[in-house]
Write a protein that binds this ligand. Structure first.
Ligand SMILES: Nc1ncnc2c1ncn2[C@@H]1O[C@H](COP(=O)(O)OP(=O)(O)OP(=O)(O)O)[C@@H](O)[C@H]1O
Ligand SMILES: [Mg+2]
Length: 274
């Protein structure tokens, strides 16, 4: 679905901040991207929906070369982007108008827009807020409206750049679970950039960036096994992985875990024989 072929990127006049990125994201995959501040995550995101074009190499989205100007609109329709700050993404004063904004710009028929808006708001469980002012919503609700705005464009891919960074723990879980279920139930491909290792732990695959390169790629269990390497890259582990490693060091034979449920299951297996 997304093909990064030898991608490099330099902001005008500056040195490269992304190098050697060759990577393939499959249709329906949920990929988390982690990495220290300034490692290039947001730059990678913007290259994926043609906000930036590579200075070297190519990015293909569903086969469309993002460097080809005639593809830009199709690429943005196929790969929608959700940003960190929910307040910067609201463009109108009524929730449903906000969701309609994208499809209106695509020149879609009003009756079709109506259907898409209702369905998109229902998908993020915000239908009953359709006529509210975005100002009155919580951060998590605003992010769900932003996601609905992307869904109304019928995307194949959703790219989210730290969408939960400004939310409280409940809003964070709500937004993460919404995106995870859109991925599972509809097969929408997801690129989820995050600083929260617990979120990355629930992805199908984790990409680790450092200094403009993808330095690790694998299932959460494979990536989070590498505690020392991650620490060197300035990254911590999800609590569950960290605890499993400490227990292993203490001679307790736990298997590698990445989520709270898994470590709980491991402990039950060892101590309760369940
Ligand atoms: N507009 C810009 N002009 C010049 N350099 C930039 C610009 N935006 C980002 N950079 C630089 O590009 C590099 C990668 O930045 P990027 O924002 O992609 O990192 P990031 O991994 O998203 O970081 P963060 O975790 O802080 O969001 C950094 O060195 C940053 O300083
Ligand atoms: Mg960033």
């Amino acid at each position: 679905m997304i093909d990064y072929q030898g991608v490099a990127y330099a902001y005008s006049g500056a040195e490269e901040v992304l190098r050697n990125v060759t990577q393939h994201v499959n249709k329906g995959e949920f990929v988390a991207v982690i990495g220290h501040n300034g490692s290039g995550k947001s730059t990678l995101a913007k290259l994926t929906n043609a906000l930036f074009v590579p200075t070297e190499g190519k990015v293909l989205v569903d086969g469309l070369d993002t460097s080809d100007k005639s593809n830009v609109l199709s690429v943005r329709q196929k790969a929608g982007m959700v940003f960190q700050n929910p307040d910067n993404q609201m463009v109108t004063t009524i929730v449903e108008e906000d969701v309609a904004f994208g499809p209106e710009n695509l020149g879609i028929e009003p009756s079709e827009i109506r259907k898409r808006v209702d369905s998109a708001l229902a998908s993020v469980r915000m239908g009953k807020y359709a006529l509210n002012a975005p100002n009155n919503l919580s951060g998590g609700q605003k992010q769900r409206v932003a996601i609905a705005g992307i869904l109304a464009m019928l995307p194949e891919v959703i790219i989210l750049d730290e969408p939960t960074a400004m939310l409280d723990p409940l809003g964070r879980k709500d937004v993460f679970d919404t995106v995870r279920s859109l991925n599972k139930e509809r097969g929408i491909t997801v690129l989820f950039i995050t600083h929260f290792m617990e979120e990355a732990a629930s992805a199908d695959r984790v990409l680790v960036m450092s200094d403009g390169e993808i330095v690790m790629s694998g299932a959460p269990k494979e990536v989070f096994k590498e505690e020392e390497k991650l620490n060197e890259l300035g990254l911590a582990l999800p609590l569950s992985s960290w605890l499993a490693h400490r227990l292993k060091e203490a001679g307790i034979p736990v298997n590698e875990t990445t989520t709270d449920e898994e470590i709980a299951d491991e402990l039950c297996r060892l101590y309760l024989n369940t």
